[in-house]
Design a protein around this ligand. Structure first.
Ligand SMILES: *[C@@H]1O[C@H](CO)[C@@H](O)[C@H](O)[C@H]1NC(C)=O
Ligand SMILES: *[C@@H]1O[C@H](CO)[C@@H](O)[C@H](O)[C@H]1NC(C)=O
Length: 310
């Protein structure tokens, strides 16, 4: 993938040396097999994490890695349980035997974290570095969107997390206190709230409905259950009809601020999905407004575009 791109670049009309950036150069150096000068945790060096959720991540050319290479601190998989295996895809036609939660996400995440947490005589106690070499304490949010029957599927999700759990890589709750780990699992879609909220000690969370946090059902939810709550932007805030700054009408801005404030007061971060993606100017103005108003994650389909905002 990344390496193939580099090889293709070299095989093409040979670029002037100056066009090979220093980060590409370091990839080339490392792929020549020289381990002598290798910086041990360099897989994600140069990558700066950005507060972006890689929406429908599993659709990307390289699930998980494409988002990682853009610095997205949040990713997502839609999971379907069939015969005891969790498959990943947007709908049933998109499922294949080889695209599983394990193959597309759990194993790649384990691999990156193994590289970021090497064993060596210099490391005297096990490290819990996250996927970002530049900001090792930054957690990676991993939204698992349950598509088949909630109770059975989420039970299988909890079991599938075992390899990450065993290594101590998950954000945990114990005695009502959160301990941040390299990966924070958030159940969404059909995830049953009653399989998360009442569980005292756990390593998974619940994506609460951001616009309904004051409904009786969700009124006692805090960041200990939902570090992030989400909602449909155009439903909760309203349709955007202009492409000029300010992009939100006064009453839309008021709604947005109220929703974010209700969440933040309880230690919950806000995320909006279904933000307009077109026209580009509207999309960007909405993104900028959301960032300014303090959302924890921007939801993005076009990762190149969103990365250029930062
Ligand atoms: C599940 O197992 C049944 C019985 O062996 C089989 O007929 C069916 O095709 C399997 N479904 C999937 C999606 O693997
Ligand atoms: C929160 O509210 C729900 C629904 O009213 C209730 O079932 C649950 O026990 C409450 N949890 C806590 C920790 O108070």
């Amino acid at each position: 993938m990344l390496f193939l791109g580099v090889v293709a670049l070299l095989a093409g009309a040979s670029p002037a040396l100056a066009e090979i950036t220093s980060s590409l150069q370091s990839i080339l150096d490392n792929t020549h097999g020289s381990t002598d000068y290798r910086y041990p945790t360099d897989l994600t060096r140069d990558l700066l994490p950005i507060p972006v959720h890689s929406h429908n991540d599993y659709w990307r050319k390289e699930p998980f890695y494409t988002g990682l290479s853009h610095g997205c601190t949040s990713t997502e998989a839609d999971v379907w349980l069939y015969n005891g295996t969790l498959y990943v895809g947007h709908d049933q036609s998109a499922l294949t035997k080889s695209r599983t939660l394990e193959s597309l996400y759990i194993n790649p995440i384990l691999d990156v974290l193994a590289r970021q947490n090497p064993e060596s005589p210099f490391v005297t106690s096990p490290t819990k570095n996250g996927v970002w070499d530049t900001v090792p304490e930054q957690t990676l949010y991993f939204f698992i969107d349950v598509k088949t029957s909630g109770p059975e599927t989420f039970k299988a999700v909890i079991a599938a997390l075992e390899p990450l759990r065993e290594k101590g890589y998950l954000t945990t709750v114990k005695d009502g206190k959160i301990t941040n780990g390299p990966v924070t699992i958030i159940g969404t879609g059909e995830t049953p709230l009653d399989m998360v909220a009442p569980v005292k000690d756990r390593d998974y969370f619940f994506d609460a409905p951001l616009a309904n946090l004051n409904d009786p059902e969700y009124a006692n939810i805090t960041g200990v259950v939902s570090p992030v709550a989400s909602t449909d932007f155009q439903e909760a805030v309203g349709k955007i009809t202009v492409d000029t700054d300010p992009i939100l009408k006064d009453e839309q801005l008021k709604k947005l601020r109220e929703q974010i404030a209700v969440a933040n007061e309880r230690g919950i971060g806000a995320r909006y999905w279904n933000t307009p993606y077109y026209p580009i100017r509207t999309r960007n103005l909405v993104w900028r407004t959301l960032l300014r108003e303090g959302v924890i994650l921007l939801n993005a389909d076009d990762l190149d575009a969103v990365a250029s905002l930062f």
